[in-house]
Design a protein around this ligand. Sequence first.
Ligand code: IVH
Length: 674
Amino acid sequence: MSSENEREELEELVRTLNYHSYRYHVLDAPVISDYEYDKMLKRLLELEAAHPEWISPDSPSQRAGSGVLDKFVKVRHPGAVLSLANGFSALDVRAWYERILRLDERVSQSGFVVEPKIDGLTVVLHYHDGRFVLGATRGDGVVGEDITANLRTLRGVPLTIPVQTGGPKPPERLVVRGEAFMYLRDFDALNQRLLEAGEKTYLNPRNTAAGSLRQLDPTLTASRSLRLLTYQILSADGAVPDTQWGTLELLRELGLPVTDQAVLVRNIDEAIEASQSWITRRDTLAYEADGAVIKLNDLRLAADLGVVGKDPRGALAFKFPAREVTTRLQSIGVNVGRTGVLTPVANLEPVEVGGVIVKQATLHNFDFIMEKDIRVGDRVLLKRAGDVIPYVIGPVIEQRDGSERVFAPPTVCPACGQPVEHLAGEVAWYCVNTACPAQLMRNIEHFVGRGSMDIVGLGTKIVEQLVDAGLVRDVADLYTLTRENLLSLEGFAEKKADNLLASIETSRQQPLARLINALGIRGVGEVMAADLTRFYRDLEALSQTTYTELQRIEGVGPNTAQAIVDWFARPANRQVLAKLRTAGVWPMAAQNAAPAGPQPLAGLTFVVTGTLEGFTRETVKEFIQQYGGKVTDSVTKKTDYLVAGESAGSKLEKARSLGVTVIDEAGLRDLIVR
Ligand code: IVH
């Protein structure tokens, strides 16, 4: 390939990958699989390795995060990065409204935008000529810290705008404000991973997001799945919208992430109603919101109203009731996880927090109890955020009466009585007894769960019965259960037994990726399990892999590689594998099965020309072929379709002269859907 062609290919890959990254992280609507994305990324990395001089700053490879900083450089903001005054009730909101109405009667005509108040941290993003050049923390509102390298790792931060060709051209210099935060599910998953790795867990999504951005190693930020939503233009040269609603629209059109939950309302009553409706729907958000922000829609009017201290008069945070309460810590229980990690759980005097009665909360780990000096009998401060498990923040020391007792971490596993172990460098304590019934229970629960073998009707209660009755000693035993076995259990009649056996039977058909995930190897989740099936045709092949070989696979780090090798080396696990094989639960990787899916393009011949948004030359070809179509280079009378992208040239003319049907990218996708 000539170097000019390679350069073109590289540039096309950067454009295409950025487009898909935007579809995935900003629109939440991907149109290609992770696999296809990774393949293109791999090719880009190859080209960049061969020609480092071509690496452009907006290449997705430049997000990875590299180079640890010594310290953060200070950045002066282009204008004050203001804060918000708070209101706690409809009365407060009305009082605010009356105040600003007295100052300027145009307030009654402005209308309001109501947005969720995201519990994250403000970040300031600078774009020059559409390129992301600088990102900063809020700092004191005048001077912040340069966290560009960290912000680049957020997939939701477009490196160039507009993201879509044909989008509006941004002002030459544009400075945007937004909120960086973490989805509750990402926070949970992170803590789960840390817990299983025996490391310290984080207390809440906000602190985790803040900590991940304000640290000097961008690779760490990259691993944290932080999100961004933007809501304000801080400065721009050239015209910008004069309403808040218009601002959100412009930001969205440029490809910056914007909430889809904002509403435009006509008057203060509607603004209050919109804010209050959030209080009840708070748990439906993917992130923690601590209020609604009511903003005058007319931004010129808002600017004219000025500020009081650091708070603009034209906006108000309507804070939701705090979901923090105090209650008594009655006792501390200890749970045994699937990997044997012991975690302390607070048993609480039942208390209502934000409409939910809470009886248990996490205490993170034993170090946390010691550090915070949490004692049994203490009144403790408790917080609930979204659907995340409530957590204890700390004791209310002033309320002690001397009857509280210091908690001693267990020296033996509460489930099996075997001594527990503490690995050097980890905070977690483990039960290392592989036959521990608690671990077995968790293991089976994981094995039958969604994302694993998905055995419907096998809940915790039944798993417990099966383990207690000695019918199931490992996951493979599920496949040799008989009707008689099940009928011997309390609560089982024939129908229930047959249904369960049927769903166990169905689970035999689960693909290899599911089975690998189901095994519960530390560090191997659904995504990695699917990745592994690209390299190993069955569990036998995977069991024979080596640490070095595994590490060559993208995404497999040293700890996971070791965990995989260790898992397959354990005699008890080998025995489970042998039993699964005998039971016929032995799926092969899809690559060895017949690939042909639906072939709607069979018999059709395509030519592709011009630049497409969602495909490179290679991937569009693969796409067409995957659905049975044929791709040729030149347009002839035999061509069925010409797929034409941006700046299509002579082929388009030829197709027209021959009467060949011309379609665009969307037209191509439509052919598949039909
Ligand atoms: S507007 C002049 N909108 O809340 C504009 N702030 O308590 C002032 N926040 O520092 C900010 N979501 O970090 C605005 N939709 C939203 C917000 C939001 C979260 C944060 C922001 C601000 C803090 C004030």
